[in-house]
Design a binder for this molecule. Structure first.
Ligand code: ZN
Length: 502
């Protein structure tokens, strides 16, 4: 991947324009969104036939009230969104191939096609070095990619922001006013001869936006949210200040693992329990959300049609986002990690309703991915996702490694084999950290493959059952070999029993 030339951050500024100006701008947003969808259809068509999008494709004088310049800006934005979508599909393509039963050579050739984003090409791409790909590989790649396209909805442009550069917007500092900080001049849809009529919007800044370090760009965002509130976003290129902070950042914890906790949002492998109140608050919101949803369904309505439901869901999302940001910032301040290990981001908490789990896992994944990417560009903190299967059941004593469902009892972890104790969530985070350097477990996908290795490993260490415990009548406190009643070790138990005639 090419190194990013810019790292963009957007700061929101509130506007205080009168209703007439606002109406004119809302009309621009509406038109922009219609146009974006038209351009997206064009680009998808182009992609399908040539395998590529093209920012310059299209008529020079388009039939749109926005005018040629703004249509071109919109196209630029649309191609960016589609490229982003294709990039995320490329990631999924990679993991789909990794989990398949193809041979290693086949996998390498498919990765190559994926990296070149050539799924849709007519002819196999030519590479200077091996492995070379042929038509069969390309056909297979295309079939797999089409399956991904089918299962992942194309990006929607219904609520897209308007992104305009200096060809359309001009920003000036308001010198004489205490109420207004900036004046933003931008064109409406009404024509005044050959030109578009322009209006000036008063903007109110805030400390956060003013304190943002970096190179201010001439590009602005205009947002209209679902409640009809219009706001503006100023773009800043923060590459330089971020590079400086990467240089000055001093790592104190080389590898830090995080586990989604049961009672706290995260537990770290250093023993931190972070976000104690978060889940309580989410549970409370969950109760309200479910109650509204039930009420709606009783009347044959969809939950989404209730304004209260939507407000509560967006409150929950806002809260989770703030919490995740707060927790990660705190972790950086206290632990200064160099590399973060997180479980494959699939949030499930049995104490929350199915609906809430779905809402959080759909949304939480995005929030955390964004934050991890942010920490990467800001401090150079790397991260990886690890398969968390059985991390809550596996003993973290490296000389033991016994895996048993009964090892965990609520918040407490106690190994049935070696007796080691620890807070269950912290232990899970520690196991996660070990797992990222475990070459046997790391490439495995799915749960059973992991369990097989864990069980085999334990049996290689401790093959003989504790017969003394077996032959003795089971008195209270007698240490019976826990494997004999552990379904994970059923095969071994059966063999042991038949061998010894029990
Ligand atoms: Zn143990």
């Amino acid at each position: 991947m090419a190194k990013a030339t810019k790292v963009i951050r957007v700061d929101r500024l509130d506007q205080c324009a009168n209703t007439g100006k606002q109406a004119a701008l809302k009309a621009v947003v509406a038109e922009w969104r219609v146009q974006a969808q038209i351009l997206a259809n064009e680009q998808w068509f182009l992609w399908q036939y040539t395998g590529q999008c093209n920012k310059m494709h299209g008529r020079k004088y388009p039939d749109s009230p926005l005018g040629a310049a703004r249509v071109q800006m919109c196209r630029h934005q649309v191609v960016g969104v589609i490229d982003g979508h294709l990039a995320s599909l490329a990631d999924q393509f990679k993991s789909m191939v990794a989990q398949s039963s193809l041979t290693t050579e086949q996998k390498h050739r498919l990765y190559r096609i994926n990296k070149a984003r050539a799924w849709q090409h007519r002819l196999p791409p030519t590479f200077k070095t091996a492995p070379f790909v042929d038509e069969n590989d390309l056909r297979l790649a295309r079939t797999l990619f089409r399956r991904l396209l089918k299962t992942h909805r194309k990006p929607s442009f219904r609520f897209i922001n308007v992104v305009m550069d200096e060809r359309a917007v001009k920003c000036a500092k308001a010198s004489d006013s205490k109420v207004v900080d900036y004046w933003l001049t931008l064109p409406t849809l009404e024509r005044d001869g050959r030109q578009f009529r322009k209006i000036a919007v008063p903007l109110k800044s805030n400390d956060f936006a003013e304190g943002r370090k970096g190179q201010r760009l001439t590009t602005w965002q205009m947002n209209l949210n679902k409640d009809g509130v219009l706001s503006f976003g100023r773009l800043t290129d923060v590459k330089k200040p971020f590079e400086q902070s990467v240089e000055t950042y001093q790592v104190r914890t080389p590898v830090l693992a995080l586990d989604w906790g049961m009672n706290t949002l995260f537990a770290s492998s250093e023993g931190d329990l972070l976000g104690r109140g978060t889940l309580d608050k989410i549970s409370a919101l969950d109760k309200t959300i479910c109650a509204i949803a039930r009420g709606q369904q009783r009347h044959g309505l969809k939950p989404r049609d209730s304004a209260r439901y939507c407000a509560k869901v967006s409150a929950m999302r806002g809260y989770l986002k703030t919490e995740v940001n707060r927790i990660f910032n705190r972790l950086v301040a206290t632990r200064a990690p160099g590399h973060l290990v997180v479980e494959k981001l699939d949030f499930r908490n049995p104490n929350l309703s199915k609906r809430m789990n779905r809402l959080i896992s759909n949304f939480g994944r995005g929030v955390i991915k964004d934050k991890l990417a942010d920490l990467g560009s800001k401090y150079g903190i790397t991260h990886e996702e690890v398969n968390p299967a059985y991390t809550s059941q596996e003993c973290h004593n490296t000389a033991c490694g016994y895996v048993d469902r009964r090892n965990r009892d609520g918040q407490q972890f106690q190994c049935r084999a070696c007796g080691k104790q620890q807070h269950a969530d912290v232990k899970a985070a520690k196991t996660l950290r070990h797992r990222c350097s475990d070459d046997a477990l790391k490439p495995l996908h799915g749960r059973t493959a992991i369990l097989d290795v864990l069980v085999r490993r334990y049996l290689e260490r401790f093959d003989r059952p504790r017969w003394s415990a077996l032959s003795r009548p089971r008195s209270r406190g007698a240490a019976l070999d826990p494997r004999l009643s552990n379904p994970h070790f059923a095969d071994w138990t059966a063999k042991a029993r038949s061998l010894h005639g029990l």
